[in-house]
Design a protein around this ligand. Structure first.
Ligand code: PMP
Length: 423
């Protein structure tokens, strides 16, 4: 009998039979509160009726068109609608299937447009598992170990992770920008540097929000040296942080990005990603460099169109902001009562608790136990961070106050149980 790869390790023991809103229903007959949302993918909740209806209609009409062969309406309509949410300077879009592929497309575009090779990425960033996106990824060595050589032409600079350094925020931002200047004076000369790629909130790297001065500093330096700024909004986009795009917390008036990458929440679970840039910039991609058999699949585009409608009509961005405030306040209260949690961070419905030992060092064992205790209580969570010592909460954007409170109550019990079993 064929088996799944033994390498595949599930974070929870759940065999999901069905999903509805913020809940998953397991083959064990149990109902789970899903605060993973499939790593932030099921933005409108599991099986939102309008997304389901749109996808069903599209399946019966045209499943696959293939954009380098024929055009189809869902892709054109989605492009129009997405334009209403994108910064006005980014008026050209190209579709792929996954976040990693969109990162690859952004790198190709940056190299074509600038004629330069090097991409500056930031410590703790996650941009995907393909050989190009993987080379930009430093959120944990498990994503890189043993598979090199990676794509060359990558230089790494610090991200302002104040808690990890143990410094005040201002000092950490000064340090990060100074190190970037040093990098540009040493490892990657300005006229070899094609782009900077950064997440508005470090995702897999431990849920660390960026900083206004840091992002503005990147923009200024990109302008000064003629490089591009790529914002990876794969995890932060489509309302997750309580603004439609994560970067809008820091630079609401833009323009900030030259290339913006979106995926995950965009199509409520259908595989779809996109890069957005100005038409002038997008036109500098060389012919044949943008494409993919399944990119911009008609069913995925129809689901994305329905997702954007649901996000607007049900005011899910506003809900993410409101419920996110409730969630983070609750997480802070739990942290105050439990010394095992050294920091609580996040924006909107992208929140996390970082576990530390008595010496303030990362404590992945207690984090893992808390995550497992939560699963056993019917609350699904994921860890992240270099050592896995951060437990994140990313419920679907449709979550309500009662469900947040229920999740927080289960969380507190789980943390207490995790600490007690470790003692
Ligand atoms: N960028 C970011 C910020 C991500 O969080 C992820 C996925 N965790 C990716 C890129 C890669 O996306 P995918 O898994 O769809 O290839």
């Amino acid at each position: 009998m064929t088996a799944l790869s033994p390498q595949l390790k599930q974070a929870t023991p759940v065999l999901a039979e069905r999903g509805e809103g913020v809940h998953l229903y397991g083959a064990d007959g149990r109902r789970y509160l899903d605060f993973t949302a499939g790593i932030g993918v099921t933005s409108t909740g599991h099986c939102h009726p309008r997304v389901v209806a749109a996808a069903q209609r599209q399946v019966a009409t045209l499943i696959h068109g293939q954009y380098t062969t024929v055009m189809h309406r869902p892709l054109l309509e989605l492009t129009d609608r997405l334009g209403e949410f994108l910064p006005p300077t980014l008026d050209s879009v190209f579709y792929l299937n996954s976040g990693s592929e969109a990162v690859e497309a952004a790198v190709r575009l940056a190299r074509h447009a600038t004629g330069r090779q090097n991409i500056v990425a930031f410590h703790g960033g996650f941009h995907g598992r393909t050989m190009g996106a993987g080379a930009l990824t430093t959120s944990a060595n498990k994503f890189r170990a043993g598979i090199g050589p990676m794509m060359p032409g990558v230089a790494l600079a610090p991200f302002p992770t104040a808690f990890r350094y143990g410094w005040p925020q201002e000092q950490t931002v000064d340090f990060a920008l100074n190190e970037l200047d040093y990098l540009l004076a040493t490892a990657t000369a300005p006229d070899d540097t094609a782009a900077f790629i950064v997440e508005p909130v470090l995702g897999e790297g431990g849920y660390v929000p960026a900083d206004e001065r840091f992002l503005r500093g990147l923009r200024e330096r990109a302008d000064r040296i003629g490089a591009l700024l790529i914002l990876d909004e794969v995890q932060t986009g489509v309302g997750r942080t309580g603004r439609f795009w994560g970067h809008q917390h820091f630079v609401p008036q833009g323009p900030l990005a030259d290339i913006l990458i979106t995926a995950k929440g965009l199509a409520s679970g259908f595989p779809l990603s996109a890069i957005a840039a100005s038409r002038d910039l997008m036109a500098q991609a060389r012919p044949g460099s943008q494409g993919g058999t399944y990119g911009g699949n008609a069913v995925a585009c129809a689901a994305a169109l329905a997702t954007l409608e649901v996000v607007a009509q049900e005011k899910l961005v506003e809900n993410a902001a409101e419920q996110g405030d409730r969630l983070i306040a609750g997480l802070r209260a739990v942290a105050e009562r439990n010394k095992a949690i050294g920091d609580v961070r996040g924006l909107g419905l992208m929140c996390a608790s970082e576990f530390v030992d008595a010496a303030g060092k990362p404590d992945p064992a207690t984090a893992a136990r808390a995550q497992q205790e939560a699963s056993a209580r019917g609350l699904l969570l994921l860890t992240c961070g270099a050592t896995g010592n951060v437990v994140r909460m990313i419920p679907p954007l449709v979550v309500d106050a009662g469900q947040i409170d229920e999740g927080l109550a289960l969380w507190e019990e789980s943390v207490e149980a995790a600490v007690a079993t470790g003692a």
